[in-house]
Design a protein. Structure first.
Length: 259
């Protein structure tokens, strides 16, 4: 096992990581990474095979999976909610299997229940702010089979999906010209633990290569969205009580065929 992966296996435990943002960023060096959000020199993305391996090592950080609907969560469980990344025009298959393969079966072996939030379920490829609001409504709609609401979840978010999670936690609202950005974070966030897989928290230089829409513009380096998202809480922890783990790769350049 490569040292970097062994480090992930060692660090992906149920321990807390106090201080600052409490984000444990683990860099997998030497990976060949090419997804829409990967940029030269950025900590932005890992390929699908490595992502599935990352999920395996991140399992001890989660609650304790078959893929179920949002109103069919087994009573008393803490479901693991998966979020997909950027989907160009939402013209292809954005389903769970095409993004996370057999991850639900892997979690099921540990008696974990999986729920899926597909950002393409929100029409017209809206802004990440709008997706964050939609994700909040999705979480509020989760129900146990007995009809009671689900009070707590863990999340696994790939790429742009991690920005959707942070948009929900910050309550960032769409920017209106001439008006200061407003934030309305949820009074009681239901997310307990979060695994960020290759989320471009500070943007990527190649976002525009994969389309010109509100989402790719917001993921560009230096975008107003990312500046506001990363500074809204005066530089302090914007994740609140969420226990996070960030896993990323930086071995690829994100362009051409160069590994």
């Amino acid at each position: 096992m490569p040292d970097s992966i062994a480090m992930v296996a060692t660090k992906a435990s149920c321990n807390s990581y106090p201080g600052g943002l409490r984000k444990l960023q683990i860099i997998w060096r030497g990976l060949s990474c090419r997804t829409p959000e990967q940029g030269p020199g950025s900590i932005a993305s890992i390929n699908m095979a490595d992502m599935r391996l990352a999920i395996l090592f991140a399992i001890p950080c989660l609650a304790g999976a078959q893929l179920v609907g949002p109103t069919a969560v087994p009573n008393g469980t803490i479901p693991v909610v998966f979020l997909d990344g950027y989907q160009l025009g939402c013209i292809g298959d954005s389903g769970f299997k095409s993004n996370f393969a057999e991850a639900d079966q892997v979690l099921q072996a540990s008696n974990l229940v999986t729920v899926y939030f597909d950002n393409c379920s929100v029409p017209d490829s809206p802004s990440i702010e709008t997706l964050g609001s939609a994700f909040g409504r999705f979480l509020a709609s989760l129900r146990y089979v007995n009809g009671t609401s689900v009070p707590q979840v863990d999340v696994v978010a790939h790429s742009m999906g991690g920005l959707i999670v942070r948009a929900y936690l910050s309550g960032i609202e769409n920017l209106v010209s001439g008006v200061p950005r407003t934030f309305s974070p949820p009074a009681t966030p239901v997310i307990r633990k979060a695994v960020f897989l290759a989320t471009p928290h500070f943007g990527t230089a190649v976002a525009s290569y994969f389309g010109i829409d509100s989402q790719t513009k917001e993921m560009e380096l230096g975008s107003q969205f990312l500046f506001d998202l990363n500074t809204w809480n005066q530089g302090t922890d914007d994740l609140g009580t969420v226990d996070p783990l960030a896993i990323a790769g930086n071995g690829g350049t994100g362009g051409g065929n160069t590994p």
